[in-house]
Design a protein around this ligand. Structure first.
Ligand SMILES: O=C(O)CCC(=O)C(=O)O
Length: 243
């Protein structure tokens, strides 16, 4: 654990080979697929990180993002993923860490659309306590060709780069030197943790199967309260709030 904590503090990310058993992964997969198919239930919580397209064929989602899925599907929170990841977040960053929000990000087969380089803190309001940990849980085998995560080890005092939106309300992105970038393949049930300042990216999915990830984001309880007091509940518009 001490090694993981030190590496998380230094590089801004760590890999955990096995967070969940295959039984727990199977339960999550089945809830996940139900949500992906249910466009009514997921409604405004759902969008395409690649942008909403040119209006000609809005049904083809390339990178489906569903925010706060456990608010519409409480069975998710019964899965030990939430407790296991929370325990890791507390071990990495302190006992006051709590779940701020969860999200699903799916890359459909043959959509070949990268998630561009960005830092999560660019999406967030500027909070006095910057501690945060995102747990990215693989529900499929993930590797470069279907969109595993890539990270650039953090530089000391890394600040937030200027970010812009991809066209049509898509993901935030920034310019960065990628020579030190590392890909992190995972088995189903494996995960990574990264902090809000760590640059990350994933390639498009060029394979025949989907690439499903469940992402749990933790920060200090007091900062969650500050966010909520300002109306930030991670269901709203995707925009740069912290440059
Ligand atoms: O799943 C992806 O492709 C990107 C995930 C991501 O950017 C994140 O979890 O912060």
């Amino acid at each position: 654990m001490q090694n993981k904590r030190a590496k998380f503090g230094r590089d801004g990310f760590i890999k955990i080979d096995s967070l969940l058993s295959m039984d727990e992964v199977e339960v999550l997969r089945s809830i996940y697929d139900e949500l992906l198919q249910d466009r009514t239930k997921t409604g405004l919580l759902r969008s395409d990180l690649a942008g909403s397209g040119d209006g000609s064929d809005k049904k083809v989602e390339r990178i489906t993002q569903i925010m706060r899925p456990s608010t519409i599907e409480p069975r998710l929170q019964e899965n030990s993923a939430y407790n296991m990841a929370l325990q890791w977040a507390k071990d990495l960053l302190g006992s006051d860490m709590e779940l701020d929000f969860d999200m699903l990000i799916n890359k459909a087969p043959h959509t070949n659309t990268p998630t561009p380089w960005h830092q999560d803190a660019a999406y967030w309001i500027n909070l006095p306590d910057k501690r945060a940990a995102s747990c990215w849980i693989a529900l499929d085998d993930v590797f470069e060709e279907n969109g595993c995560m890539w990270f650039i080890p953090k530089k000391e005092g890394e600040s937030i780069h200027p970010h812009k939106n991809l066209p049509n309300g898509g993901a935030l992105y920034c310019e960065t030197d990628t020579k030190n970038a590392k890909s992190i393949p995972l088995n189903p049930g494996g995960c990574t943790f990264h902090d809000g300042f760590t640059l990350h990216f994933s390639q498009g999915n060029t394979t025949e199967t989907q690439r499903r990830a469940l992402i749990l984001n933790f920060r200090p309880q007091k900062m969650i309260e500050l966010e909520r007091a300002q109306g930030v509940d991670h269901t709203g518009e995707r925009k740069s709030r912290n440059n």
